[in-house]
Write a protein that binds this ligand. Sequence first.
Ligand code: ADP
Ligand code: MG
Length: 682
Amino acid sequence: MVDLNKPVQYIKGVGPNRVSLLKRLGIETLGDLISFFPREHEDRSKPKNISSLVDGEEALISAFPIGRMNEIRIRKNLTICKLFVRDETGGVEIDWYNQGYLKNNFTINKRYCFYGKVSIKGGRITMQSPVYDLDGTNKNTGKIIPIYPLTYKLSQNTMRKIMENGIEEVYGKLDETLPKYIIDTYKLIDINTAIKQIHFPDNFQSFNQARRRLVFEELFSMQLALLKLKNKYDTNKFGIQFSKDVKMSDVINKLPYKLTKAQLRVLEEIDNDMESVKPMNRLLQGDVGSGKTIVALIAAYKCVKSGYQAVIMAPTAILAAQHLESFKENLDDFGVRCELLVSGISKKKKEDILERLKNGEIDILIGTHAVFEDNVQFKNLGLVVTDEQHRFGVRQRSKLVEKGHNPDVLVMTATPIPRTLAIILYGDLDISIIDELPPNRKKIETYAVTKQYEARVNNFIAKQVDSGRQCYVVCPLVEENEEMDLKSAVELAKTYKEKLFPNYRVECLHGKMKAKEKDDIMERFKNGEIDILVSTTVIEVGVNVPNANLMIIENAQRFGLAQLHQLRGRVGRGEYQSYCILKYEGNSQNIKERMNIIAKSNDGFVIAEKDLELRGSGEFFGTKQHGLPEFKIANLFTDLEMLKEVQAIVNEILSKDPDLEAPENKILNKMVDNKFNNRIEI
Ligand code: ADP
Ligand code: MG
């Protein structure tokens, strides 16, 4: 059988240089390579008549040269090679730039296929720099050609060659990954055919069959892994029954504000879960600013007063510190002891915290990833809360859970995905939704502008800062490359600091800074000692600075809608009218539409739904930023029906054979293990 773990360097056509290029695309093994799917395909199989060509399209023609190629020198470093060709219906001028070596490649009256971009001006048809073949050789034309999502210095041609070699190595040798009865029942094609046809389809029908099979498998394995996990929680475990005598209303009645109906409803769901013997395993969804923290706090109170400890996980130290502050504010009076554990603290302090935690002298531990460490031990952990869950994977969550004996789990997220989808995707969790914002929130006025408004935007920043407010500037994402993100953040901060706003207090914040530096800057921003904070998306989650009322997002078109919405949630947290200005580039319809949605809507759920709809498969921005699992081929919007179908299938399989022990299901255990062990987080 074929070894899918074989490093790519042993594949024909891959030298050391290409190894590193492939690595950047996440391709390190033969297995990675063949599951690097094309973004789209170009049909270079059927030639069009020259007379029916349309301006702007990419098309294939089959034609013969009617004269020799002319090389025309335009200036020192620019020559154009012109070749006139005809078919039975008309003529085309073909242009190549600086490619004089093509001169002797064409013979008059022999037929060639050309594939390239057509331009028609005043009746004159030209084709720019096409790829071509002598008719019948089918190297670059004559078939359906895969186009890969390449963002680095790797050409489509090279990638295609490497892929051809990779597919050749595996074709016919791949083990089937789905049980035979499933393949038969749902009329799926076999894995070998699917992998070959997804890259190099014979025709679009085979491509569709290949895609169907691979989407099925991807969704199926995800559902299987999730639902198996859920079953584990549901059936095998006895959890903690927290005391019915501890009333959440003790805290609720002392709050300086009234909880919203949605918050109360969600708390009731949580209260029921906590009092029941089944361990709670609940996802709490709520738009930014909907007040999830207080819900977690009240649940933690119930836990502590029932005699257990609680842990609250936040994705950043800043956020953890902020949580600590509000926990202390609300719980000190009840004698609840809260502590902060982040990686930046001194060794001595840390040892002290660990000691007290173990002895039960700390009731609520709030922290970051530092909490996962093995030496963090509780006396009797009863409740695990993770905030902004998409930052933590399923496995990390279970690591925390293992620090107690079947503690209750509450997972909070501001990623507002449509409920139908949430039920399926978070199959291992029950779901509560806060679908209401606290009263009197002002709408964040949002404007999408192009470069020509730059001066006005800068004036607006100055105006807000002059009147005592503060401003966030969010740097563009630069592909999925941290180093470049960093560079762009630092450069942008420099521009703001030295050129645009030399008389204001401008600082830069990015993910590569030491935790202490970050906290320090954030602290100063909170205290009003910084006017303009230029930052990467590290400020995305949960920070509360009520005096900041303006957010500028640079190159907004590069962000996903859900993420823009999340970022925008950093302002509008105080009494001041708040603004978000999206600076964008590009004039495609899709970009304009997306900017428009953010500007018009403040409802995270509406935005999330639109986002899914407008996001094509294989688009540069993956689902990572949505907090959804990442898919290689499935598209959550267009494949929703398939997802529903697959969920039903998985439910049926697991109801009959919960541990996948039947001989025909044995193969599925491997699938589940793979899902949890490889790099894909679900
Ligand atoms: P998120 O859901 O984004 O985590 P937070 O929990 O940070 O939101 O809450 C945002 C702000 O709203 C906090 O300052 C919090 O004190 C406040 N808040 C929460 N619930 C209410 C409420 N019912 N009425 C008024 N303010 C509230
Ligand atoms: Mg929050």
